[in-house]
Design a protein around this ligand. Structure first.
Ligand SMILES: C[S@@+](CC[C@H](N)C(=O)[O-])C[C@H]1O[C@@H](n2cnc3c(N)ncnc32)[C@H](O)[C@@H]1O
Length: 379
């Protein structure tokens, strides 16, 4: 029996700023005994709840199922303990696999080296028994294995998600500086949306906020486009339960009110990417996307504006970003009465340039950038 089977305890990897929201989400999906940890949340779940979390979570990156926990003071011991696992329970020599590792305050100092030793143990395990070994594929392996060593305590886990859950399967077309899907989902959570007020993103880029708003409003499972999940590789995988759970959630998808979600961008390439991405999740052209410069929009009244304007680059026409944000502030003040704007600043130095007083500001890191979401009520 593996560790996760004995105690039904799993570990959800989550960005630090998103963790409080993910706790609420995991509880709503049925997880119990939640314990926040660094960059994640340990929790207890039945198999059905584990499946539901993987299929529906909007905020979690991966869910790990621990299979072995041991004291680990050297790479030799890591190799030995890893060699004792029955790896054929999880993969065959025709499958591909990849190992991710993190180490902290331990005798083994380097995560890459730790990952390499575990990878060697698995490859040698198969070679000794079959003369063949599974290949490593670091892009789309059949099985992701995670190794975490902290204070010389090692945990080997199977990634039940099978690669990060932010890869919903709709963002096949990208733009420069797209927002990660889990962050976009976290921002949508912040807007206190009644799902009746129209929502607009005038800097929609590849359409991530629009797609996440759509998934939220309709209750579409975030995993509905994903081709496979790591949990299918677990020895106790229950295909019937998995199908049944997916059908139950798919049947709960709600239709969207017309004209609820729309976006625009001044870049034709971005508009094309956003349209293509949205068409993968939306069935009836329910999201409208136009090519338009924000400053050409006559008015956005009585709506919710949620957007991630450009940051970190110089704009054309020698207008610097400071001036751009000043202009954006004027646009919001003069042409958006009755709306509430949620502006995500990839670079928080521009908050003061916008010249509006925010109701609140919240920290949300974006790929290492110390971003902020600010709320503006516009009269
Ligand atoms: C940070 S990106 C948005 C990324 C988007 N959230 C995503 O996930 O793909 C900013 C976008 O603003 C657009 N943009 C820049 N200046 C603009 C303007 N004046 N009017 C409309 N769009 C503009 C850019 O073309 C770019 O796609």
């Amino acid at each position: 029996m593996y560790l996760y089977q004995e105690n039904q305890t799993y570990f959800a990897q989550v960005a630090e700023d998103i963790k409080p929201l993910a706790i609420v989400e995991l509880e709503s999906l049925g997880a119990t005994n939640l314990r926040p940890r660094f960059r994640g949340i340990a929790f207890t779940a039945t198999t059905a709840v584990l499946y539901a979390i993987n299929y529906n979570s909007r905020l979690v990156n991966r869910v790990l199922a621990p299979i072995l926990y041991f004291n680990c003071h050297s790479d030799k011991y890591l190799y030995r303990r890893a060699s004792e696992l029955h790896w054929e329970d999880f993969l065959s020599n025709t499958n591909t696999f990849a190992v991710t590792a993190t180490v902290a305050q331990s005798a083994i100092k380097h995560s890459k080296f730790a990952a390499l030793r575990l990878k060697d143990a698995i490859a040698d395990y198969f070679r000794a028994r079959t003369n063949q070994r599974p290949s490593v594929d670091t892009r789309e392996p059949d099985l992701w294995i995670n190794l975490h060593i902290e204070n010389n305590q090692a945990t080997i886990s199977i990634d039940t998600s099978g690669g990060s859950l932010h890869r919903r399967g709709y963002r096949l077309n990208s733009v420069a500086a797209p927002m990660i899907e889990t962050l976009a989902a976290a921002l949508i959570n912040q807007i206190d949306w009644d799902k009746q007020t129209p929502i607009v993103d005038p800097f929609c880029g590849s359409g991530t906020l629009l797609c996440e708003a759509y998934l939220y409003a309709t209750g579409t499972p975030t995993g509905s486009l994903r081709k496979r999940f790591g949990l299918e590789q677990l020895p106790d995988f229950d295909p019937e339960l998995w199908q049944q759970m997916k059908s139950t959630y798919n049947e709960q998808i709600q239709p969207l009110s017309p004209n609820l979600i729309s976006g625009s961008d001044r870049s034709a390439t971005a508009v094309e990417a956003a349209r293509k991405n949205c068409s993968l999740i939306v069935h009836h052209k329910e999201i409208s996307i136009n090519e338009q410069d924000v400053f050409d929009i006559p008015a956005i009244n009585d709506k919710i504006i949620i957007s991630n304007p450009p940051y970190g680059i110089r704009l054309e026409n020698s207008n610097d970003l400071g001036k751009f944000y000043q202009r954006l502030g004027d646009f919001l003040k003069q042409r958006c009465s009755g709306s509430t704007a949620y502006i995500y600043f990839g670079d928080r130095q521009y908050i003061k340039k916008i010249g509006l007083h925010p109701s609140w500001k919240k920290a949300f890191n974006n790929g290492g950038l110390d971003g902020r979401l600010a709320k503006y009520v516009l009269y």
